[in-house]
Design a protein around this ligand. Sequence first.
Ligand SMILES: [Zn+2]
Length: 244
Amino acid sequence: MAINYHSSARLTERCRCYIWQGRGNNCNTLLLPAVLRGGLPHVLIDPGSIRNELGEPCFDSLTAVMERDGFRLQDVGLVIGTHCHPDHIEATGPVVEGNGALFAMSAGEDDFYRSTAPMFFQALGVRPPELDVSFYLGEGDLQLGAGDNRTTVRVLLTPGHSPGSVSLYLQEDRVLITGDVVFAGSVGRTDFPGGSPTQLRQSIDKLSGLDAEYLVAGHSTGVGGIIAGRDNVRRNFAAVKMFI
Ligand SMILES: [Zn+2]
């Protein structure tokens, strides 16, 4: 019996958050249920670690909590990585191998992954997963689904924490998914390989111009992982701009 380390929150009709609650490190995961046409309708964003530094079963927990909500990993047709750090994309391997789901991240992040990330993963004691990028995410809109299920995912290139980091803005629901660029009351580290404080600042400026009702960060801080309410999102941007 897997212990459940994720809490599940249904933010909007089109967006569910799986917020990491363990003691060790792992990212928050998002699910866009039933937005793709065909037999594999779900989109999963940042599936996270398989097992973290404390041995907590991150991937088993995600699988169990999603199943409790009625969603099977076998029905995921597309995995999106905000960036290639292992605590965001290590579990891409088992999802993609399970059913041939597609995997997307930015071209810049794929270059970084191929050149630098294996050393970075090994330094963290994680075996780099075999990542075969099905298509690249570039700046602009990704149209998913059709009819009432139509979902527009605006992709924003937001380097600084990692050179090819992307943030995602769900246009219809005004949900902003920031990966490790900005958190509740904090910003992403820039001391990892490929990090840049100048780029992070520019990326945060770019995101702060969006009209977001929710901000979902790649990791939770003491004040949580989801910021709800347009004014709270704005206040958070104003506060974190003072740190960088
Ligand atoms: Zn990261």
